[in-house]
Write a protein that binds this ligand. Structure first.
Ligand code: BGC
Length: 397
């Protein structure tokens, strides 16, 4: 008879859940994504519309997170709301996000603030977005405007998944966010993103020397088919490793991982026949995050690692718990091998707008689309209890 596994995480290891503005707030009307959703040939299944109405209901979201026992809330500030027209900065919107930070404090939750999560102000996208000549200075200008509200925030993420941004060119192509399904990354955009990121690190560190700043990279656990190690190395570099290498010297590196991708002589291979799939169509592969963390640690020069996203799109919440247990096993094994991992942040707190569709449900909390009522799933309780004790028991059914 095999005995159930128990994982014990360090006392100071932190636990949380993440969201992103466009995916939960609703009516993000000044953004490039909103415009794209309205077009008749967007290729998207659904529009974001009211999303989870979190623009108005963030207090409930934060309260639910706090009551479960989770300690960190990773959320993003929406540039398109702060600067809906070039150089028109909205004080009211800046104060809205200040209020979110204060609401976290009120409930004893540590806010981790992302400054850009995929979406851009429409006017900026129209002038070329990350390809425009003054992209770096425009992003830095936006950050200077919001810097005053960040005075008590410890963890700041500058740009979410710069590698995905360089592949989607700011979200204009494709919605299946996997490297295999996306165009070849534009390294000119990649370079601009590195400059924008390093610029923000300098600006914020000058004002707040003890702030801990990093960026979060999508890792895809690339697996070489037999004899394809060289091809895999070449495939992974512009899609993942370039961005991990660029994190050298940062305060931390955020690792996000969900799946693996097999690489053969002619690139990404189909998911093996018979493999379990998630609601995104991805392979169910819990070890992904442990592999991503190991690679990030090596490439980024042994800076502290934080898991900033990991989770499963499923309608079966018990499978979410299984997946997360498997992911935590891989993570703990990496930590036992000496990797400095500071915390685990689950994607996502809420069932939300998954870039074109509400069908792939990643949430620890479900939303009634008619009333916006929140309903905590068993997985929220499960993860919250883990946050309180640091102990993870293998799910037994
Ligand atoms: C992104 C999220 C997205 C999640 C699941 C990450 O690529 O940061 O915005 O919803 O993965 O696809």
């Amino acid at each position: 008879m095999s005995s159930a596994t128990t994982l014990r995480f360090p006392k100071d290891f932190f636990w949380g859940a993440a969201t992103a503005a466009h995916q939960i707030e609703g009516n993000n009307v000044s953004s490039d994504w909103w415009r794209r959703e309205q077009s008749s040939n967007s290729g998207l299944k659904e529009r974001s519309a009211d999303a989870c109405d979190s623009y108005n209901r963030y207090e409930q979201d934060i309260r639910l997170l706090a009551e479960s026992g989770l300690q960190y809330y990773r959320f993003s500030i929406e540039w398109a709301r702060i600067e809906p027209e070039p150089e028109h900065f909205s004080t009211a919107q800046i104060l809205h996000y200040r209020d979110m930070i204060e609401t976290c404090r009120h409930y004893g939750v540590e806010p981790m603030v992302t400054l850009n999560h995929m979406t851009l102000p429409y006017w900026f996208a129209e002038q070329g977005g990350w390809k425009s000549a003054d992209a770096v200075s425009l992003f830095n200008r936006y950050v200077r405007q919001i810097a005053p509200i960040l005075y008590d925030v410890t963890y700041v993420c500058t740009i979410n998944e710069p590698n995905m941004v360089a592949m989607t060119r700011g979200g204009k192509e494709g919605t299946n966010m996997t490297a295999g399904a996306l165009p070849v990354p534009d390294l000119e955009i990649g370079q601009t993103l590195v400059e924008a990121h390093k610029g923000v690190c300098r600006i914020l560190h000058e004002i707040y020397p003890s702030m801990l700043i990093g960026w979060t990279v999508a890792t895809q656990a690339f697996h070489a088919m037999p004899g394809c190690e060289q091809e895999t190395e070449e495939y992974a570099w512009p899609r993942e490793n370039f961005y991990l290498d660029a994190a050298k010297g940062d305060d931390w590196i955020g690792v996000q991982g969900y799946l693996r991708t097999f690489i053969g002589k002619d690139g990404p291979q189909p998911i093996p026949d018979g493999a379990e799939r998630t609601l995104c169509g991805w392979e169910y592969f819990p070890p992904a995050i442990g592999i991503g963390v190991r690679n990030a640690w090596d490439r980024a020069g042994h800076i502290p690692v934080i898991v900033t996203e990991n989770g499963l799109a499923t309608s079966d919440d018990s499978r979410r718990i299984d997946y997360t247990f498997g992911a935590l096993q891989g993570l703990k094994a990496a930590m036992d091998d000496g990797i400095d991992v500071r915390g685990y942040i689950h994607w996502s707190l809420l069932d939300n707008y998954e870039w074109g569709s509400y069908t792939p449900t990643f949430g620890l909390v479900s939303i009634n689309p008619d009333t916006f009522e929140r309903h905590a799933k068993p997985s929220l309780h499960w993860l919250g209890e883990i946050a309180k004790s640091g102990i993870v028991e293998e799910p037994v059914r």
